[in-house]
Ligand binder design. Structure first.
Ligand code: BG6
Length: 483
């Protein structure tokens, strides 16, 4: 068996990590503009990397030097997208996942009319993609709440943020809907409790709810309601378009077959699936609601919420997959970092320099589990290996480790399709190097295309094809049969 002819191949970017253009063309401040570079490869305290206070925000805003705030410059995609799109087209991309920076259209989130320069930029981006035969897959919210909303409203904690987001989404659908047919409401919507500031614009010290957990689940509920509401709007305005939900697939195995480890793993899994259960299934699981109640958390349902969620579920389920974890009740079990989590180490797996465990079979397990659970088309919208790359004296970047990672994952992906999974497509994370979300390092590279830029912003920004570039082109050309 093989992948269908309609299978989409490409890559995925996020505006806050790629665009740059900070302070230009009316673009407003974004939460990630005030996050400093974290120089260590050690990613085991993710919450601390993204912790902010009103004071740290004020200090960052007063600092006009972007050196230590890499997301302000990204990889200058906003000025170089034509060149970058041409390289993606050369690899044969049929899809590119990008996100629209909310504050590029609505600088503080509160304006009544969009910033025309922002609209013009995205229009040109999507038109150029259309010209190159690359379909856009567009995320409305990828860790980029306007900073002003965080400071004045505590972001998504305020139910009124739903209305502001609806206005932003309406603008996106009205201005770009003729070019964009695939949308994702929120990137890794389940990240709220792990990083409330980037996911929800929540500044912990100003939270007045009973607990930070309560604040996070309140904000998350508001995102669910907003997601359903803009799904309804999309269907009214563009019935031919599709809306997907998106989760972090943190596939978790029990560390041992001890029933306590298995029970702990299942409890973790229920929380893992909580968001897609709501967004793709249409309601909260009663067991999860009970689990939350035991944590002292109440979901702030208002009249009409349950119907809205039930009637406006996602058309497809998308997810990121980088690594898997194990779970154990043993407090001494050895731990390792992963994508925004610290979990228990799996003795059978190797890991990257950042500690993320490499597990291609976990991708197949994830695909089968998700499809079994939702029976909706799936889309792998992030997957990849963050590594330091070296440019050799002859100018080549011999990234065979990256090829090896992708090859093993593609084999498992194709096997899952052979086993019956309905998979729409695959977009690798960061097909061109970009700023890391967790550590803001440039040196943690995912791309098939190298960008000459270091952690402190030195470099020519020149783009260079890595060895993996040529390999991925051949994979796409053969629709996955030549790995
Ligand atoms: C995902 C995010 O969690 O992982 C991306 O959606 C992020 O924004 C990616 O960049 C890889 O994580 P990191 O921390 O290595 O950039």
């Amino acid at each position: 068996m093989a992948l269908s002819d309609t299978f989409l191949w490409g890559g995925a970017l996020a505006a806050n990590q790629a665009e740059g253009g900070w302070g230009e063309d009316g673009r407003g401040w974004v939460v990630t503009d005030v996050l400093r570079r974290h120089p260590n490869a050690d990613n085991d305290d993710f919450a601390a990397l993204h912790a902010v206070t009103l004071e740290s925000i004020a200090e960052a805003k007063a600092d006009p030097d972007p050196t230590y705030f890499p997301k302000r410059r990204g990889i200058d995609f906003v000025h170089r997208y034509r060149e970058d799109l041409a390289l993606f087209a050369e690899m044969g991309f049929s899809v590119l996942r990008v996100s629209i920076l909310w504050s590029r259209l609505y600088p503080t989130g509160e304006e009544l009319e969009p910033n025309e320069a922002g609209v013009a930029y995205y229009l040109d981006l999507f038109e150029e993609m259309q010209r190159l035969g690359i379909q856009p897959l567009v995320t409305l919210s990828h860790f980029d709440a306007p900073l002003e909303l965080a400071v004045t409203r505590n972001g998504w904690l305020d139910r009124a943020t739903i209305g502001l987001f609806e206005r932003f989404a309406r603008t996106c659908f009205e201005k770009f809907g003729h070019l964009v047919k695939m949308w994702i409401s929120f990137n890794e919507i389940d990240g709220m409790e792990r990083h409330p500031f980037t996911s929800g614009g929540i500044i912990e010290e100003t939270v007045t709810e009973t607990s930070i957990s309560q604040a996070c689940y309140t904000a998350l509920h508001h995102q669910f309601v907003a997601g359903a509401s803009v799904t309804r709007l999309l269907r009214e305005l563009h019935p031919d378009a599709q809306m997907g939900c998106m989760i972090t697939m943190l596939t978790t195995y029990p560390r041992t077959c001890h029933p306590d480890d298995v029970a702990a793993t299942r409890a973790k899994e229920r929380l893992l699936y909580m968001c897609s259960d709501v967004q793709a299934g249409g309601s909260y699981s009663p067991i999860v609601l009970r689990q939350l109640a035991e944590m002292g958390v109440t979901v702030p349902f208002e009249e009409g919420d349950a119907e809205l969620l039930r009637e406006n579920t996602a058309d497809f389920v998308s997810f990121s997959y980088y690594m898997s974890m194990t779970e154990s009740v043993d407090p001494d079990a050895e731990r390792t970092p992963g994508n925004t989590v610290l979990g228990v180490k799996n003795p059978y797996l190797g890991s990257s320099e950042w500690g993320w465990q490499i597990d291609p079979i976990g991708l197949r397990i994830s695909l089968l589990d998700l499809y079994d659970r939702y029976r909706k088309p799936l889309f792998i919208v992030e997957n990849g290996l963050g590594m330091r790359d070296t440019v050799d004296a002859d100018g080549r970047i011999r990234d065979d480790y990256r090829v090896e990672y992708f090859r093993a994952h593609f084999e498992q992906m194709i096997q899952a399709v052979d086993e019956g999974v309905d998979l729409m497509g695959y977009t690798s994370w960061g097909p061109i190097d970009l700023v890391s979300s967790s550590t803001s390092q440039m040196s943690k590279r995912y791309g098939f295309i190298h960008v000459d830029l270091d952690d402190l912003g030195n470099g020519t920004l020149e783009r260079r094809r890595k060895d993996s570039f040529h390999w991925y082109r051949q994979v796409i050309e053969s629709n996955g049969s030549n790995l």
